[in-house]
Design a protein around this ligand. Structure first.
Ligand code: FAD
Length: 450
């Protein structure tokens, strides 16, 4: 087995691991990034749709206040462009498909009033949750042992309002019954509230990267050069006070420090010798990702634009419950991106590829009419089936686990440091959180190395 000697071994070439490596390399340290896949980018992945155009099969959108990812992309020369959002949107809340101009579908005054009351109550409580330590929020134990669904059922009467409030959980790709109230409040706090979290203009879905979101990681890896080892799944991390030996299937790396920048569900499958402290093991094994199958449907042209439609739809009852126009910057070909989320993703994960495609196109026909039935191309990716991701958008602690074990999440364990979107404070689960976690881990390592 080849043994490399370096200062810092970094596990995972997603945005978090690559950011850590760039910072350390810029500070004059030797790094080796060990990546299980044969590509960089982790939960970002471009798919070729011909004529030099790509669509994003993983994460894609960025928005205001996501300054860490914006600065990284800028430094690496990757530009953004606005998500197409001209015209009216479509919604199906139980009854017929309706057009609406505001980001949210028009509802009855009764629904609007109840939604406002529910969101105000959630935002007031979210303001009491510290983003760097949600487990220290007032009443944290009670909040963390109550499910978000229980809160919805106890506090919201109208079924349409319940569905709209459940969007806070759906944005986590998790059924509200599996999300603690504390984590729902934290999710609102760390992404600047419901409107920013769910919005396009002024919100987290405002912009996309020219050349696809994976372009950021590809550019980062280009700068790191030989420091990135692909096809190197890390199986074991042996550690002593000031040395680590990181073992993969085809190369071992001896270093002074290790940074683990992989999703918690996968970190908990690495063998540590000696074993990790019980609280760290507990938070890693109890931080579960949600379920998403992402679909991009390619048409010869974006036919909805000619009808004055933006391409956005909201339809909580359909298999593809939400989506947007995902055409390349020049508007050709036309692409609609849709998401099987949470329960729908689980149901359709077990279905055949044909059943999934039928359900996806059936949703689009319900929303956009017959022209949606005959795409030029259909692309899908079930992120729960990806062995080196096992779900998305990001891991969240199981009900009760944040208060019980959350304090261990970011804590270094001897020479082992922790990065990744799930260790972020702001924009947990987003690109921005992944990048800021990489900066934090790199600072910790530099301080430790002296
Ligand atoms: P990852 O990207 O998961 O990187 C971890 C890396 O570690 C991977 O490359 C993996 O292969 C590797 N790895 C795992 N185990 C091992 C091992 N044992 N040894 C070696 N390597 C290993 N965020 C947004 O900001 N905007 C969005 O629009 C958005 N939408 C999303 C849509 C989807 C479908 C998905 C999947 C995610 C989305 N996200 C979005 C979330 C965002 O993509 C992630 O939060 C972010 O990319 C995570 O980066 P990371 O570096 O923490 O982890």
């Amino acid at each position: 087995m080849r043994v490399l000697d370096t200062d810092v071994a970094i596990v995972g070439a997603g945005l978090a691991g690559l950011t850590t490596a760039l910072d350390l390399q810029a500070a004059g340290r030797r790094v080796t990034v060990l990546e299980a896949r044969d590509r960089v980018g982790g939960r970002t992945l471009n798919a070729d749709i011909g004529d030099g155009e790509v669509v994003e099969m993983g994460g894609e959108w960025v928005g205001p206040t996501q300054d860490a990812i914006a600065a990284l992309a800028d430094d690496l020369g990757v530009d953004t462009f606005p998500t197409y959002y001209e015209g009216e949107h479509l919604a199906k809340l139980g009854g017929d498909v309706v057009r609406h101009a505001d980001p949210f579908p028009e509802t009855t005054p009764e629904v609007a009033a109840e939604l406002e009351v529910a969101l105000r109550a959630l935002h007031e409580q979210a303001a009491t949750v510290p983003v760097d330590a949600p487990w220290d929020a007032p009443g944290a134990t009670a909040l963390d042992t109550t499910t978000f669904e229980a809160w919805i059922v106890a506090n919201v009467g109208h079924p349409d309002v319940r569905d709209l409030v459940r969007i806070v959980a759906e944005v986590q790709a998790t059924p509200a019954a599996e999300l603690s109230l504390l984590w729902a409040l934290y999710a609102l706090a760390c992404s600047n509230g419901f409107d920013v979290m769910t919005g396009v203009r002024g919100g987290a879905q405002q912009d996309r990267f020219v050349g696809g979101s994976q372009a950021v990681s590809i550019a980062a890896a280009g700068r790191l050069g030989d420091a990135v080892e692909l096809r190197a799944p890390v199986r074991t991390v042996e550690h002593r006070a000031d040395r680590v030996l990181v073992r993969t299937d085809r190369v071992d790396v001896a270093a002074r420090r290790a940074v683990i920048a992989v999703p918690p569900v996968l970190a908990s499958r690495i063998a540590f010798d000696p074993a990790l402290p019980p609280d760290k093991d507990a938070i890693l094994s109890r931080t579960h990702p949600g379920s998403v199958i992402k679909v991009n449907v390619v048409y010869h042209e974006p036919f909805w634009r000619r009808d004055g439609l933006s391409g956005q739809w909201t339809a909580p009852g359909l298999p593809l419950s939400f989506g947007l126009d995902n055409s390349p910057p020049g508007g050709s070909p036309g692409v609609l991106v849709g998401l099987f989320e949470a329960g729908a993703a689980r149901r359709f994960s077990a279905a055949s590829a044909q059943e999934r495609r039928d359900a996806a196109l059936g949703s689009l026909v319900t929303i956009f009419g017959r022209r949606a039935a005959e795409p030029r191309d259909y692309l899908e990716l079930d992120w729960s089936a990806e062995p080196w991701t096992r779900g998305c958008y990001a891991g969240k602690p199981a009900v009760g686990a944040a208060v019980a074990f959350g304090r261990a999440l970011r804590r270094p364990d001897g020479p082992i440091h922790w990065a990744g979107s799930e260790t972020a404070t702001m924009w947990h689960g987003y690109f921005d959180g992944a990048v800021s976690s990489g900066h934090r881990a790199a600072s910790e390592v530099l301080e430790a190395l002296g």
